[in-house]
Design a protein around this ligand. Structure first.
Ligand SMILES: Cc1ncc(COP(=O)(O)O)c(C=O)c1O
Length: 347
């Protein structure tokens, strides 16, 4: 099977497994895991933060960050299709007692004016006060969209004036960096908290991290334990993340060109379905509105041809490239998918 459902499906390589097997470990709840400690220091420094905290998932990293920024009864604002509001099962409300309000933007691309238009800080005793804004970079359901740095900067400047904090869901910030050349330090500069994932395009089996100042991370450490995610000998997982940072960042460019190749093949027969120029990174979203065949039916047809994709809406199919998808795999998909899409639109 050529698995394009997500970049989370990657399996650790032999070399990554070898690095894991020799990792120095200790009980991380006691702060004794040297490999986890060095990873936390490394990633915090990479993004210009004082501290980092390893978490088993990106969702937990996001939720620990949100809890630091937004008090119960206060509001986080974010884009309508961002992971935090669409795919974390209401965790912000369930865990932290917060509310959310959203703005919608094409491809999830940030325009500073959108959140600023709906932000209501210090709303007094009768209305909900906004206290934080979350930005997803790259934007998953938007199709791997890279957020424009100028918009991030503008949003930061205006948010500071309003007393609003900012969180970056940087599960795929690695892809944004490779696509733009913008440094991690630069991306980190505009946010109060950042989450990153090692388990997506970087190919580690497990692991994410939340970054912020010492005080917030000390508090997040307590909440991580309270949520039941205080882990013990996690050095083996941290070693996989170290390996991924050493070896798997630059190669993301290959995933990006594979994704663009998929988009070009589909656009050649159905230009309205995808614009290859809008495929910034490793995620291709096909818009099948108006087709006679649903996204899930096309998915079934793809499966019969040995290809797995995911339908993320009734007329929306998502394909994600990653380190376990070769150029030959992409050539195979390109020999099957365009024909299925073309047929889906024929009367
Ligand atoms: C943008 C984004 N943020 C956060 C997450 C959550 O990561 P996890 O699945 O490790 O909880 C994902 C997962 O796909 C994601 O795409």
């Amino acid at each position: 099977m050529i698995d394009l459902r997500s970049d989370t499906v990657t399996k650790p390589s032999e070399a990554m497994r070898a690095a894991m097997s020799v990792a120095e470990v200790g009980d991380d709840v006691y702060g004794d895991d040297a490999t986890a400690n060095s990873l936390e220091e490394r990633v915090a420094a990479l993004f210009g933060f004082e501290s980092g905290l390893f978490t088993p998932t990106g969702s937990l990293a996001n939720q620990l960050a949100i809890r630091q920024l937004v008090k119960p009864g206060e509001e986080l604002i974010t884009e309508t299709f961002s992971h935090i509001v669409r795919a974390e099962l209401g965790a912000g409300a369930a865990f932290s007692g917060i509310t959310t309000r959203t703005w919608e933007s094409p491809r999830g691309a940030l325009k500073a004016t959108d959140p600023l238009r709906i932000a209501r800080p210090d709303s007094g005793p009768y209305q909900v006060s906004s206290t934080a804004i979350a930005v997803e970079n790259t934007h998953n359901f938007g199709g791997g969209t890279v957020q424009p740095l100028d918009e991030i900067k503008n949003l930061r400047n205006e948010s500071l004036k309003l007393g609003l904090t900012m969180h970056l869901d940087g599960a795929r910030i690695w892809n944004a960096h490779v696509a733009t050349g913008v440094s991690f330090l630069e991306y980190g500069k505009y946010f109060d908290t950042v989450s990153v994932c090692f388990s997506k395009g970087l190919g580690a089996p497990v692991g994410s991290m939340v970054l912020s100042n010492k005080e917030r991370i000390a508090s997040a450490r307590i909440w991580r334990k309270r949520y039941g995610a205080g882990m013990r000998q996690i050095g083996m997982l941290a070693a996989a993340a170290h390996y991924a940072l050493d070896n798997n960042i630059d190669r993301l460019a290959q995933d990006h060109s594979n994704a663009r190749s998929l988009a070009q093949a589909v656009a050649a027969v159905a230009p309205k379905v995808v614009n290859p120029d809008e495929v910034d990174t490793n995620i291709v979203v096909l818009d099948l509105a108006g087709a006679r065949t649903s996204a899930s039916e096309i998915n079934t047809q793809l499966k019969e041809a040995g290809i797995l994709g995911s339908s993320i809406g009734p007329t929306t199919l998502r394909l994600v490239t990653h380190l376990d998808v070769s150029a030959a795999d992409v050539a195979k998909v390109n020999s099957v998918l365009p024909e299925l899409v073309e047929r889906a639109f024929k009367a």
